[in-house]
Write a protein that binds this ligand. Structure first.
Ligand SMILES: Cc1cc2nc3c(=O)[nH]c(=O)nc-3n(C[C@H](O)[C@H](O)[C@H](O)COP(=O)(O)OP(=O)(O)OC[C@H]3O[C@@H](n4cnc5c(N)ncnc54)[C@H](O)[C@@H]3O)c2cc1C
Ligand code: SF4
Ligand code: SF4
Length: 397
């Protein structure tokens, strides 16, 4: 068993550890920290005490796993209204490569209500198997039941790698599953590779504001879990003739969950659908005034694209956050990305540099955006944008 205790000679009762415990399991009584009964022995509080007064012993024996028992690559088959999310298809494309290198099967985990058609679609995009858990209570995503079922499936079938989209659902589900299985999770990966000999996945992601790339491994625990942002990986071509097996595991679907979804309201931000757009026209501080965003909107409309924005314009209140592209906004990968009056800070590039074609408009020829641009237009965005709108209107009728 793991163990935790407060070293009374070191504890000064500063209360810093109270906020460091996600379970509200620490009290300070008579100027000494006291661990309460609801402590889960997660160890999260240790780093919050700079006086080294929290003594936490991990139970390495209990957490050690026989990693040779784990095989196969799994992808979370995220779906909405029975339609697999694009990121699930992208992850199947990437998962296929990993599974082929490891010479194992690629499986998708699909939960929902009457979603067998989605299972077939996952197969047509590369899955050898789909673990399908179909129940009315799983119609809409629910943290508690989805995590519970995922943990049951992993405990029974033991995949060595589990990939999820870094979407709202995937970002909520992955850490719940990882912590319950006592394994590691690397969030927001941009590259996945395999060390085939050690059967370790090399998970690369931007670190320190995108200034360097960190490659993270999970050598001692299984499964190895990663989330990947939408549009970073490429899906395979759909092949309707692909055969795969749909497995309906005998699993307990939790019905007595604390949180129930009563209604789903589509917000304006979901209608923007930046992550799915083939053409994005983004505006930056170089537009000079919020009213000039109308030019960005006009060009996007003429081209049938979506409107993006830099954080500077969002922070200035020129446009809603749902349009923000970048490290703290959306990751996009359109066929064409217009950066209009955007300098090209690393945090912006982190969200759009995988676009197929980047067209930058900036009056400063030294602007960093030109380093990643396929085509650069040096000029005043307030002159170039109207000219482009006129020309595209002529060409596209
Ligand atoms: C932790 C962190 C996270 C961040 N996350 C994000 C993020 O998700 N997305 C993001 O975008 N940023 C993010 N940022 C902010 C980022 O560092 C930049 O500050 C921001 O991207 C700058 O926005 P901008 O290019 O619109 O503005 P500026 O950097 O001010 O650039 C404006 C550009 O417009 C050009 N210009 C000016 N006038 C004209 C004109 N008339 N015609 C043509 N060009 C003109 C200028 O030459 C300049 O290059 C983050 C920062 C931090 C610290
Ligand atoms: S355990 Fe550490 S952080 Fe908590 S009250 Fe004592 S000295 Fe402060
Ligand atoms: S080990 Fe975890 S649950 Fe226990 S006191 Fe520390 S942070 Fe709280």
């Amino acid at each position: 068993m793991a163990n935790i205790k407060i070293l009374l000679d070191k504890c000064i009762g500063c209360r810093m550890c109270i906020g460091g415990c996600p379970f509200n399991a620490i009290k300070v009584v008579d100027k000494k920290a006291v661990i309460q009964e609801n402590c889960t022995l997660c160890g999260a509080c240790v780093s919050s005490c700079k006086f080294k007064a929290i003594d936490f012993e991990k139970d390495e024996a209990a957490t050690a796993v026989d990693i040779s028992l784990y095989k196969d690559v799994w992808v979370f088959g995220e779906q909405k209204n029975g339609e697999p999310a694009n990121v699930a298809l992208e992850l199947l494309g990437e998962g296929r490569k990993l599974a082929d290198q490891l010479k194992v099967k690629l499986a998708a985990v699909l939960m929902g209500d009457h979603v067998e058609a989605a299972a077939q679609k996952l197969i047509s995009f590369g899955a050898d198997e789909v673990y399908l858990v179909d129940a009315p209570s799983l119609k809409d995503y629910n943290d508690e039941s989805y995590a519970d079922i995922f943990v049951q499936l992993i405990s029974r079938y033991r995949p060595e790698i589990v990939l999820m989209g870094a979407t709202t659902y995937g970002r909520s589900l992955a850490p719940r599953v990882a912590s319950r299985l006592n394994t590691g999770l690397t969030a927001d990966c941009t590259k996945l590779e395999i060390d085939p000999e050690k059967r370790i996945i090399l998970q690369t992601r931007p670190a320190f504001g995108g200034n360097l790339m960190a490659t993270i491994i999970c050598p001692n625990h299984r499964p190895q879990m990663s989330t990947v942002r939408p549009k970073v990986m490429k899906p395979l071509e759909q092949d309707q003739s692909r055969n795969g097996e749909i497995i309906r595991p005998d699993i307990v679907v939790p019905e007595d969950v604390k949180v129930k979804v009563t209604d789903i309201v589509t917000t304006l931000s979901e209608k923007v659908n930046l992550t799915e757009a083939d053409i994005i026209v983004s505006g930056g501080r170089g537009l000079g005034d919020p009213k000039n965003f109308v030019l960005v909107e006009e060009l996007a409309k003429v081209l049938g694209g979506a409107v993006g924005a830099s954080r500077a314009t969002v922070d200035a209140g020129w446009i809603e956050y749902s349009h923000q592209v970048g490290q703290t906004g959306k990751t996009v990968g359109p066929k064409v990305y217009f950066a209009c009056g955007i300098s090209g800070a690393v945090q912006h590039l982190a969200g759009m540099s995988s676009s197929d074609t980047i067209i930058a408009i900036n009056k400063n020829p030294e602007a960093p955006i030109f380093k990643v641009a396929t085509f650069g237009i040096v000029g005043d965005v307030l002159e170039v944008l109207p000219a482009l709108i006129v020309e595209f209107k002529k060409k596209l009728g």
